[in-house]
Design a protein around this ligand. Structure first.
Ligand SMILES: [Zn+2]
Length: 258
């Protein structure tokens, strides 16, 4: 992590999505995207259930003893899929060229199998599109918080920039470069799967409203990144975050959680 003389500031927390990742700003998305940009939205861990990299079970299950939302999958995937579908639906309603992808297999052991998220995302990126994979981060000290990790296969776009301004900004080479970003897919960590966010998702009375609100927030941020307005008109940047996010520490939940 970069060093700086900045005094630590309290980590900013969003009332719904909780704490943002605290990391120094080491990238900026400047690349503009074409008017006819096609967007692909993926659900993180959709094809890696029952193997390393299955995602987080969430605090309700791991700490609270709650039943998983769906016994076939970690709770993170359950919510990633709900958000993925809502983002695609909302984006289509608002006139974006956006689609979702479902591998239709909860476990695909070969990550380069043509049906995986990563293969589909890489094809989409290499054809000139923008690919975004939805995630929730691990709870407690196993996670870092909400934020955007840009694709590493080409320069970060203004869509990445807009999402980072809205949700937070992970370092460009987070954990040495994750599988998805190396294949041209940007990762959005919506928030840690714990606390208010998880409770409101699990509560049937608030679930649909929370899913819709998160989807609208994501779509609106993408729209702002595609707009012709100068980058300075994007949502204002959060205060400088401190440098305290620990890296490379031992994570008790599985290595790819979140
Ligand atoms: Zn994840």
């Amino acid at each position: 992590m970069a060093t700086s003389a900045k005094a630590p500031v309290p980590q900013e927390a969003d009332p719904l999505t909780g704490v943002r990742v605290a990391a120094p700003v080491d990238w900026k998305g400047r690349k503009t995207t074409p008017d006819n940009l096609e967007i692909l939205v993926l659900a993180g861990h959709a094809d890696s259930q029952g193997m390393e990299g299955a995602g987080t079970s969430g605090a309700a299950v791991d700490r609270g003893g709650a039943r998983p939302m769906d016994p076939r999958m970690r709770d993170e995937l359950f919510w990633n899929r709900r958000i993925r579908d809502a983002v695609a639906r909302t984006g289509q309603q608002r006139g974006l060229q956006i689609r979702s992808y479902e591998p239709d297999q909860l476990t695909i052991s070969d990550e380069d199998d043509p049906r995986t998220n990563w293969s589909e995302g890489r094809r989409h990126h290499d054809a000139g599109g923008y690919a975004l994979e939805i995630h929730f981060d691990a709870y407690g000290r196993h996670g870092f918080g909400s934020g955007l990790i840009p694709n590493l296969r080409s320069p970060a776009t203004r869509i990445d920039e807009s999402l980072a301004l809205n949700f937070g900004r992970y370092p460009l080479n987070f954990r040495g470069g994750l599988g998805a970003p190396r294949r041209g897919i940007s990762i959005l960590e919506i928030g840690k799967l714990e606390g208010q966010l998880e409770q409101k998702l699990r509560d049937p009375r608030s679930r649909n409203a929370v899913v819709s609100a998160l989807a609208l927030r994501i779509v609106t941020a993408m729209e702002l990144g595609m707009a012709k307005a100068p980058a300075s008109r994007l949502l204002s940047s959060p205060p400088d975050a401190d440098d305290s996010a620990p890296q490379g520490r031992d994570r008790q939940t599985s290595a790819e959680d979140g």
